[in-house]
Design a protein around this ligand. Structure first.
Ligand SMILES: Nc1ncnc2c1ncn2[C@@H]1O[C@H](COP(=O)(O)OP(=O)(O)OP(=O)(O)O)[C@@H](O)[C@H]1O
Ligand SMILES: [Mg+2]
Length: 282
């Protein structure tokens, strides 16, 4: 494969296929092949293949600097890949920006959530996509409708936020995650990427966010979850991919592995991790 320069996606949003609509659990929503990312002399990702499936939580694990965030940034249009291909619904896609990826149904919820503290829950969910009506030629916000839609989304997520007019500045970390997820769902995201969503949360809040991830998968989304917490990953994910030094060294269904094996793959004690280290030494 040759490196291709960054360019706009191959399909415009209007004629973009509706990914995930009608998809069955287990259907591949994103097919990544040979994804490579170089930053100057550093190869942050080296030929990563991955299928991301509807109805599943796919966990990405690996030591610091293994390439997990870089991989999801390529998926989400934040980094152009140096090499490799992404396919959605059998069609090659290439995202020029996160907005471009979002228009194809891929949303990312980063740790630093990019919510506006001084706006309400409902305003945050609709930010940049407000519903309006024209009265005598002037645009007016359809606030009630937006609030009702957000209340419905929060209810389906079983998020305990009772007033969509509350300011986000007064919410807990877990509640903020719920607002960010509602925003993704409101934009019709089919693939929801969560990069260490619970790293800064207390135990009870962590449980809530993990159950949100599960709920998204049950709604038919493909969830990609980055976490360093093995217990959390085993609780919530269907599939685990372990990264090491930019390579994907293992993919396991939860039923075919156990925490000891995953830990040994992450720390480098596993024979497959050692084989990679040996190969990179040569
Ligand atoms: N914008 C960048 N410019 C240069 N190097 C980068 C950039 N982003 C990431 N890297 C490098 O790429 C490698 C992979 O980083 P990445 O952030 O993907 O790791 P990670 O697996 O998410 O780690 P962590 O668990 O610490 O978040 C690291 O060596 C990192 O320093
Ligand atoms: Mg990271």
């Amino acid at each position: 494969m040759t490196a291709a320069p960054p360019q706009a996606s191959t399909s415009s949003p209007a004629d973009a296929p509706r990914f995930g609509e009608g998809a069955l659990p287990g259907d591949v929503l994103v097919r990544a092949r040979g994804i490579t990312k170089r930053f100057g002399a550093l190869t942050a990702l080296a030929g990563v293949d991955m299928d991301i499936r509807a109805g599943e939580v796919t966990a990405l694990l690996g030591d610091n600097g293994a390439g997990k965030t870089t991989f999801v940034k390529v998926l989400a249009g934040a980094h152009p890949a140096s090499d490799g291909t992404l396919e959605m619904a059998g069609q090659a896609v290439r995202f020029a920006s996160p907005k471009d990826a979002a228009e194809h149904g891929i949303a990312t919820i980063y740790q630093e959530l990019a919510l506006s503290e001084n706006l309400t829950v409902a305003e945050n969910v609709f930010l940049g996509h407000e519903l309006t009506r024209r009265v005598l030629g002037l645009p007016f916000l359809r606030r009630r409708e937006m609030q009702a839609r957000v209340a419905e989304l929060l209810k389906t997520l079983d998020a305990h936020i009772h007033d969509t007019r509350a300011l986000v500045g007064g919410l807990s970390g877990g509640q903020r995650q719920a607002v960010a997820i509602s925003r993704a769902l409101n934009l019709d995201a089919r693939v929801v990427i969560m990069d260490e969503p619970t790293a800064a949360l207390a135990v009870a809040e962590t449980r809530k966010v993990l159950s949100l991830a599960r709920r998204l998968a049950e709604r038919g989304c493909a969830v990609v979850l980055i976490s360093h917490n093995i217990a959390d990953v085993f609780e919530v994910s269907d599939r685990m991919c372990v990264f090491r030094r930019g390579h994907k060294i293992a993919e396991r269904h939860r039923s075919e592995t156990d925490p000891d094996e995953i830990v040994s793959l992450i720390t480098g004690a596993h024979p497959d991790a050692r084989a990679l280290d040996e190969r990179l030494r040569q």
